[in-house]
Design a protein around this ligand. Structure first.
Ligand code: K7E
Ligand code: CUA
Length: 632
């Protein structure tokens, strides 16, 4: 079937189906006491007998066929090692972007490029996605994520929505406290969650934790032209378990703030022993000063990176006391305050950056620990907001309000950044971790939408056995009271997410035609198979509905380098490529050239075929990989 016609039929069927679902849903909600009027696509709609809030929630989240969502939301996929992409307000999951884990749906993990990026690891644990920023606002160029398991960071290019770089970070066990961007994407800071002897592979018994184990902070530098990450420098810190971080902005630009949860330096029964002290710290880091020290050569090299001893750079690190094992730390949009979320303490503590600077200038310290000055808590703290039980993370709207998740209460508290009073509380379902407001950690948040990323779904969806999906709830911020608009299940396990205005992202329609790209062929006369000793190179084209060439014969034991170029320069015409019984699978997007390499170590005949349905004759898009036995 022709592509346009097929698309039209699918679209109109989808439209009918959606209409039917809404009609059935609304008629099921009939309530003689109700009655509602609303607008949809500019037209007035009245739905007799349906409670107004149901109609409003349905209309606010309904994106009719032919229209698009207003925001992208990028959610970490946790230990799936991926990033999940949603459209807001429909909350439809649009895409899964594999990052640290192979994903056969898109052939990620079999091509030479993706295999090299994944290296020796087969999984990762994504916690915090961060969009690149210019002037403290999302610029829609790149998305960065951390891997809490195998000490890495990755970049996704937002023109292709593909993982484009994975960087190993030396000396940091569990870089949980990332990624949080500086306002012009100069750096992001990763801090060790787990103390350990460095470099990796060093042995020291656990009783020596205070003496031989360290936490380390790494500043990952970002090339402003192409987003390339490199480890700028690292800072040697005590074994205190860094948890979350945020970068200063506007008034506080040049600083980074990181929470700690084990200044007790406990190494057994942490759930008790890391909560002994009344106060742990927010560690404040003057990254501009440390950058200067790195440029002046004040470091030694450990495992290939510049390691700075902050005690040799006076003024680079201060400790701000914060109540009992704080979790998230969040800088307000104006950069004037940083907020520690109590976790074990039922408060969000608001610290003034201005007062913090005054304490430093006046040397108003209440002591020191391990050589770092501790600023005067009473002076720096401007409020302890009694938000409720289990505060974890805070986000902001553009109207002077903060929103804090309360894991134990299973609520979100809205509070004023002016009076520090709580103005609204909404229950969420259940046990929220992070929350994500529209452009919520820029200098200019949008308000409008908030998504609560909940750890437990319990009774919210059809049961799938003893373990339920996680849940995300879309909350309306345009009304005085927060209002839950819809619930969606999520795969394990979103931690943080970021929401960006959709029109800030410009994607490619197809890959550029570039004859200089290694292995690319666009004309049949150039498609070929070359042999050099026992090395065979295949230059193959894929187009609707064939591969050219469609027979590839090699000898058992040959090293095969295979390039496949998709020469269909038509948006959305992706060709897959799988070789049966050879554990090989890839895809070439429109115009893309991919490369994979393997040893033909099994003799016999192995069909290959296109895995992505691409045309009415997709089934015919196949060929044979023939391996001639050695002893024939
Ligand atoms: Cu609170 Cu890893 Cu940011 Cu989960 S972390 S929730
Ligand atoms: Cu190409 Cu199916």
């Amino acid at each position: 079937m022709e592509k346009g016609l097929f698309k039209k039929i699918v679209l109109s069927l989808a439209g009918l189906l959606v209409g039917l679902i809404i009609a059935v849903y609304l008629s099921a909600q009939l309530n003689p006491a109700g009655g509602s009027e609303a607008t949809l696509g500019g037209a007035n709609v009245s739905v007799d007998g349906v409670p107004d809030d149901v109609v409003q929630a349905a209309l606010k989240t309904y994106v009719p066929p032919g229209q698009l969502d207003e925001y992208y939301m990028f959610a970490s996929g946790g230990h799936s090692g991926s990033v999940f992409v949603y459209g807001v307000p429909s909350m439809r999951r649009i895409r899964t972007i594999p990052v640290f884990t192979p994903e056969s749906a898109v052939g990620y993990g079999w091509t030479t490029e993706s295999k090299e990026m994944l290296g020796e690891w087969s999984w990762g644990d994504v916690h915090h996605p961060a969009l690149s920023e210019t002037g403290g606002d999302y610029d829609g160029r790149w998305l960065f994520v951390n891997d809490n398991a195998n000490s890495r960071a990755a970049r996704i290019n937002l023109d292709s929505f593909k993982t484009s770089q994975i960087l190993d970070i030396p000396n940091i066990y569990g870089p949980h406290s990332a990624v949080f961007m500086t306002p012009n994407s100069e750096y992001f800071m990763l801090g060790s969650r787990f103390a350990g002897p460095i470099p990796y592979g060093t042995y020291s018994p656990i009783e020596n934790l205070s003496k031989d184990y360290n936490c380390v902070l790494a500043a990952v530098a970002i090339d402003p032209n192409d987003g390339e990450m490199s480890v700028g420098w690292e800072v040697l810190m005590p074994p205190w378990s860094f948890d979350l971080s945020d970068a200063g902005k506007l008034d506080s630009e040049g600083w980074a703030f990181l929470t700690t949860y084990n200044t007790e330096e406990a190494y057994e029964l942490l759930e008790v022993n890391a909560s002994q002290r009344e106060m742990d710290y927010v560690v404040a880091l003057n990254w501009k000063l440390l950058e200067q020290a790195a440029n002046e050569g004040k470091y030694k090299i450990i495992d290939g990176v510049k390691m700075i001893d902050p005690l040799e750079v006076p003024g680079s690190v201060y400790l701000v006391p914060a109540m009992k094992s704080p979790h998230g730390v969040d800088v307000t949009p104006d950069g004037k305050y940083f907020i520690a979320n109590g976790k074990v303490a039922p408060v969000a503590t608001v610290f003034s950056f201005e007062k913090f600077k005054e304490c430093i200038d006046n040397k108003d310290f209440q002591g020191e620990e391990r050589g770092f000055p501790i600023v005067n808590y009473e002076k720096v703290r401007v409020a302890e907001v009694p938000v409720g039980l289990g505060p974890l993370h805070t986000q902001f709207d553009g109207n002077g309000y903060a929103y804090t998740t309360l894991f134990i209460d299973s609520t979100i508290a809205k509070w004023s950044l002016d009076t520090f009073e709580i103005v609204d509380v909404t229950p969420v379902h259940y046990c929220p971790g992070h929350l994500c407001a529209a452009e919520g950690d820029t200098v200019d948040p949008d308000g409008k939408y908030l998504v609560s990323l909940n750890k437990l779904a319990k009774d919210k969806f059809l049961s799938v056995g003893p373990s339920h999906p996680e849940s995300a709830q879309l909350i309306d911020l345009t009304t005085d009271k927060m209002k839950i608009l819809m619930d969606v299940p999520t795969d394990p396990e979103p931690h943080f997410a970021q929401m960006i205005k959709a029109d800030k992202i410009t994607t490619w329609e197809v890959f550029d035609k570039d004859p200089s790209r290694p292995g690319a062929v666009y004309e049949k006369e150039n498609a070929r198979i070359e042999r050099d000793g026992n090395h065979v190179t295949v230059y193959q084209m894929g187009f609707r509905s064939r591969y050219y060439p469609d027979h590839v014969e090699v000898n058992e034991g040959d090293h095969v380098t295979w390039y496949l170029t998709n020469t269909d320069f038509d948006e959305d015409i992706t060709h897959g490529f799988g070789i049966c019984l050879y554990d090989l699978n890839a895809e070439a997007q429109p115009g893309e050239t991919i490369k994979f390499e393997f040893v033909a170590d099994k003799a016999g005949v192995y069909p290959f075929y296109c895995t992505n349905f691409c045309s009415a004759l997709h089934q015919e898009m196949q060929g044979w990989f023939i391996v001639k036995p050695k002893d024939l």
